[in-house]
Design a protein around this ligand. Structure first.
Ligand SMILES: [Zn+2]
Length: 283
């Protein structure tokens, strides 16, 4: 009996203690909930779990091959008109003969010797090359393609060969360049073009017109020789070319003043500019 009593007492003590212990977390939870203004009975709202739809597989864009366009015509590059410049003579003369025209049996040296500067002893073949390069520069600025019959001095090119060369270039104009000798009192710039009889009517007129334009342009700036325009029927370059053709005599190397001027780079540059003033802008 005694044991039973003790057991009951123990139970009576332990059970309330156990209950209080077990209730404590619930109590503290309730107090915390009250502090947060939440009703004790309210269950904390659970965030609804949203099931995100699986991302759609991205479509990989299919690169469609462009239907091949019909090859469009690229605008044609404008073909520049060609001017052939012939720096006359060469380092070594060639006195073997060739015909000067298909119309006659007249013959002349394939390439005569250059004139020499009476004061400076400069050679005509060098003066004409210097001038050709300056004139090329000026004419390129006007829209022409410029081709020289020679770019070196040690060549052997007859006048007829130079004409054939110009024809192959389909040149719009051929300009022969000289600085020949004469009497020591002769001086100044002049031009030459074919006679009426030597070439076709059309070539006669177009050559004459071009020669006159250049003569006028130079005469505005410097001294010209005589009336400045001479006609020739005995030049292979004139007779064997198929386009307008003229010859410019830059001055007389046998005249001291001309010789000095033609030895001056500045004058060569200016003269090339004046000559180009007489040539229209390329169309
Ligand atoms: Zn000459």
């Amino acid at each position: 009996m005694q044991k039973l009593r003790i057991t009951l007492i123990i139970i009576a003590i332990i059970i309330p203690v156990l209950i209080s212990v077990l209730q404590r977390p619930a109590l503290s939870n309730s107090l915390a909930a009250l502090e947060n203004g939440v009703s004790i009975n309210e269950q904390p709202k659970q965030e609804p779990i949203v099931i995100q739809p699986a991302p759609k597989p991205q479509k990989i864009p299919v690169v469609k091959e462009e239907p091949k366009k019909k090859a469009t015509k690229t605008p044609k590059k404008k073909v520049k008109p060609v001017i052939v410049l012939d720096p006359s003579h060469q380092e070594v003369k060639n006195l073997s003969m060739e015909r000067v025209s298909s119309k006659s049996t007249e013959r002349s040296a394939k390439q005569l010797a250059s004139a020499s500067g009476v004061l400076t002893h400069q050679k005509e073949y060098r003066v004409t090359m210097m001038f050709a390069k300056e004139l090329r520069h000026q004419l390129e600025k006007k829209g022409y393609k410029v081709v020289l019959t020679r770019t070196k001095h040690d060549v052997d090119l007859s006048n007829r060969q130079r004409a054939t060369f110009a024809n192959k270039q389909h040149a719009a104009l051929v300009i022969s360049l000289h600085a020949d000798g004469g009497k020591n009192y002769q001086r100044g710039f002049y031009v030459m073009s074919p006679t009426k009889e030597a070439v076709s009517k059309k070539r006669y007129h177009t050559s004459k017109k071009q020669a006159e334009r250049i003569l006028r342009a130079v005469a505005k700036e410097d001294k010209i020789f005589s009336d400045g325009h001479f006609y020739r029927d005995d030049l292979a370059l004139f007779n064997f070319t198929t386009m307008p053709v003229i010859s410019l005599q830059l001055g007389f190397l046998t005249n001291v003043n001309d010789d000095k001027k033609l030895a001056n780079d500045r004058y060569i540059h200016e003269l090339a500019k004046w000559v180009s003033n007489g040539i229209p802008i390329a169309k």
